[in-house]
Ligand binder design. Structure first.
Ligand code: 13P
Length: 279
């Protein structure tokens, strides 16, 4: 059993100069490929159940799947709730065996975000779990715009909530289908100057891989959330598997062909972040 909390994997990452990917999971095929990739790379990994995943599969099922996968390997696996919007979302995840929760109060006024995040931190602590919060707002490609993280607010947020990891908005945007212009290094350094908490980048797909590698090694960013990039690999593999044989209807045979590309892409990502050969 190698089930781990977010702190269990981020503290060594921060000290060792690497980052751990928070991989967005949508179902059994992708989460299994991610855990097998982590095992092959001797790397820690964070499995994330976000709002879309939870709308499709009940949370207790996802918790059991993550925990089953963690028990099947000997590298650290974090069962993480991504973008919990209420205290109840986070309590449900802890009840379902998750070892880490993200409370996303980034849409709330600062004092409210701090108060609610601190309450979720207390909840997580009492369950022996970790808590990630967000300060500033990370926008969505083609949707809501970002609000960059203010360093003074970040310092207050970290100190008053006690979060184990802090998601920041520094030019990152969710759902980008290719590398964007890169993150704002000046803003990252200004945040690092006023807080010691491990930092998290959502919207990791839009960050150029060379910058991801550099920041993983040389900043306090030690978690990159990656969804779109891997969902594109899965979708492309699925489409070609479906089209390759129009007579085939058994979905297990079709889905099997997604494994290798997703597994390999996850291995490449773990290597890029410097997470390989760490456990
Ligand atoms: P991307 O899909 O843009 O990689 O973002 C993932 C994410 O931040 C999930 O919280």
């Amino acid at each position: 059993m190698t089930l781990a909390t977010l702190s269990d994997v981020l503290r060594p990452a921060l000290a060792g100069g690497y980052a751990v990917p928070g991989l967005v999971c949508l179902g059994w095929e992708d989460m299994r490929a991610y855990v097998m990739a982590a095992e092959a790379e001797r790397a820690p990994v964070i499995l994330q159940a976000g709002p879309g995943c939870r709308a499709h599969t009940p949370l207790p099922i996802l918790g059991a799947m993550f925990r089953h996968l963690a028990a099947s390997v000997d590298v650290p696996v974090v069962a993480h709730l991504d973008h919990g919007y209420t205290l109840a979302d986070c309590q449900d995840a802890l009840d379902a065996g998750f070892t880490s929760v993200m409370f996303d109060g980034s849409n709330l006024p600062l004092d409210e975000n701090i108060a609610q995040t601190a309450a979720v931190v207390a909840l997580a602590r009492s369950a022996g779990a970790s808590c990630e919060g967000e300060i500033g707002f990370v926008g969505y490609d083609g949707g809501a715009g970002s609000a960059g993280t203010d360093p003074a607010q970040a310092a207050r947020f970290a100190a008053e909530t006690g979060v184990d990891a802090m998601a920041i908005s520094v030019g990152n945007v969710h759902l980008q289908q290719g590398p964007g212009g890169g993150l704002d290094l000046g803003r990252i350094r200004a945040i690092e100057a006023v807080t010691r908490v491990p930092l998290v980048i959502h919207g990791g797909s839009g960050v150029p891989p060379a910058q991801r590698a550099d920041l993983a090694a040389r900043s306090r960013i030690c978690k990159f959330n990656i969804g779109t990039e891997l969902r594109m690999v899965f979708g492309t593999a699925l489409r070609s598997a479906v089209n390759r044989d129009p007579a085939r209807f058994d979905r297990l045979a079709i889905l099997q062909e997604t494994h290798e590309p997703v597994f390999e892409a996850a291995r490449t990502l773990l290597r890029n972040l410097g997470a390989s050969s760490r456990v």
